[in-house]
Design a protein around this ligand. Structure first.
Ligand code: SF4
Ligand code: SF4
Length: 98
């Protein structure tokens, strides 16, 4: 998984998003506070240790013409590390997006 910041609408258009974070099934994406901003904008960061390469973030990303999340092919299928118990969060998913 590769995050291309220049394509992300948070950086490019200075607007709120987070669709990738909402749709990531493993919570590999975390929206981080943008320092020195008072408007509360947050940008995504990816934890590669728990990304399973499913592509949900790329599919749902509204950035056009180029997505800001890109799944990169691997020569060998990877495995997500199990989350630490204290990091497990129950997430309500209203719609999976695809
Ligand atoms: S590829 Fe899937 S698991 Fe990885 S960050 Fe995107 S939505 Fe999450
Ligand atoms: S869905 Fe795309 S545009 Fe929106 S925050 Fe995530 S990477 Fe940026």
């Amino acid at each position: 998984m590769k995050f291309i910041a220049k394509n992300c609408i948070v950086f490019r258009d200075q607007t709120d998003c987070g669709a990738c974070d909402e749709h990531c099934p493993t919570k590999a994406i975390t929206m981080k506070e943008w320092k020195n901003r008072e408007d509360g904008l947050r940008f995504p960061t990816v934890n590669p240790d728990i990304c399973i390469g499913c592509g949900a973030c790329e599919y749902i990303c509204p950035a056009r013409p180029d997505k800001a999340m890109k799944v990169m092919p691997l020569a060998v299928h990877g495995e997500s590390l199990p989350p630490k118990v204290e990091e497990q969060v129950k997430v309500e998913v209203d719609d999976f997006g695809f």
